[in-house]
Design a protein around this ligand. Structure first.
Ligand SMILES: [Zn+2]
Length: 400
């Protein structure tokens, strides 16, 4: 008897890379948010399962979420469910307890190297680092890895440690977690000094004043409208359920800023920052299969080892690798198929890839329920639309 599985292409929200002007937030059309500060650590996995976390994020209207977890498996669980939404950041901690010990623990460096060899990340952090501890060998090695892999550093630090990070790595891109819990005027001093320093407002509320914005913070945000972003900081499992409420809180105070500045703080700043480092199909350091043709790269990863007649989920990222002359052509994965060229047939059920709308930077999505019903040589084909042209890329796999 043949067992059939319905093929489901997950609906992920469209990836807008070009920053578009949008009308101000309304109930029906809430301001999208880039949440720079989400954790999904080991003690949260059972309390709030991964699919529920993604649901909370989508309900909250998050466009992207920079996620880091102790240990990193939490981040990978979320990323494999929603590659369009999750921006992975690699934490140096394997357990919550390492927050204060990691700076003197050389095994942290091995941990970072192992994960960097296996997965792709946009950032390293959030890590806790203060003052002269930034000169210790382990933090130095981490900063060197950030340089090597072109990663943003997400630093829960005092001003002194931020200065020391830039002294070690002057081209660094740093997100100052919680804006250092510093006063607005103190944050401004460092933003003036370092053009590649951003700051998140995670776990603080002093920038919101009544139904408006604190005047001291307003002045600094107006001076640096392109450097601030919001963050929930889900440092305990219970705070995951708070993501939608926190999004509403953020929209309230951001809404009291000028509309163009509100857009930037809500999501454009995070989006612009990661686009310089985050191309999920630049899979040179991951275990993904990478194929290229006519200026298009497709990187895919099977999330289960392929077995006959067992449904497989595939994570597919596509991006343009053609040198862009100014404006980049928009790109979208239009179709996926698996066939057996020697047998001249395909799968019993052909997946249809639903449109998410073209994006200029990358297309990332899951294709679920791929069923390869017999052993032999299978050919995967990916149809990617780039501007006006369609590029078809193929790869083969032997199923035993
Ligand atoms: Zn923190």
């Amino acid at each position: 008897m043949k067992i059939s599985y319905a093929l489901v292409i997950s609906l992920t929200s469209g990836l807008l890379s070009t920053v578009q002007a949008q009308s101000p937030s309304t109930a029906a059309n809430p301001l999208p948010l880039f949440d720079a500060h989400i954790h999904y650590s080991h003690d949260a996995w059972e309390v709030v399962p991964p699919a529920d976390v993604i649901k909370l994020m989508r309900t909250a209207g998050l466009k992207r979420a920079m996620v880091s977890s102790s240990n990193d498996d939490g981040t990978q669980k979320l990323y494999s469910l929603a590659p369009d939404l999750i921006v992975p950041s690699l934490r140096p901690y394997r357990t919550r307890a390492e927050v204060s010990t990691w700076i003197r623990d050389p095994s942290v460096v091995e941990h970072l190297k192992t994960r960097l060899a296996r997965y792709r990340y946009a950032a390293v952090g959030e890590f806790h680092l203060y003052g002269a501890d930034a000169e210790l060998p382990v933090p130095r090695a981490m900063i060197a890895l950030a340089r090597q892999y072109q990663l943003i550093l997400h630093a829960h630090s005092d001003a002194d440690a931020i200065e020391r990070i830039f002294a070690q790595y002057p081209q660094a891109r740093v997100v100052w977690a919680h804006s250092g819990f510093a006063r607005a005027s103190e944050v401004a001093v460092l933003l003036r000094k370092y053009p590649k320093l951003w700051a998140d407002f995670a776990f603080r509320s002093d920038m919101a004043a009544g139904s408006g914005v604190d005047p001291e913070w307003r002045a600094v945000i107006q001076e640096f409208p392109d450097r601030f972003m919001v963050g929930t900081d889900t440092f305990t499992p219970e705070r995951l359920a708070y993501i939608p409420d926190h999004a509403q809180f953020s929209r309230r105070w951001i809404g009291a800023l000028a509309p163009d500045i509100a857009q930037q703080v809500a999501w454009e700043n995070g989006e612009r920052m990661i686009q310089q480092v985050w191309q999920p199909c630049d899979a040179t350091q991951s275990d993904a299969r990478v194929i290229e043709r006519d200026g298009v790269r497709v990187a895919y990863r099977l999330l289960q080892p392929p077995r006959i007649s067992q449904p497989i989920t595939m994570l597919v990222a596509s991006c343009s690798i053609a040198p862009s002359s100014g404006t980049q052509a928009k790109l979208e994965l239009k179709a996926f198929d698996a066939t057996m060229p020697e047998h001249r047939h395909g799968m019993n059920y052909k997946p249809t890839v639903q449109s998410q709308g073209p994006s200029a930077a990358f297309d990332a999505r899951l294709i679920e329920g791929i069923v390869l019903h017999m052993a032999g040589r299978w050919q995967f084909s990916f149809e990617v639309q780039v501007g006006e042209k369609t590029v078809r890329l193929t790869d083969t796999m032997l199923l035993r």
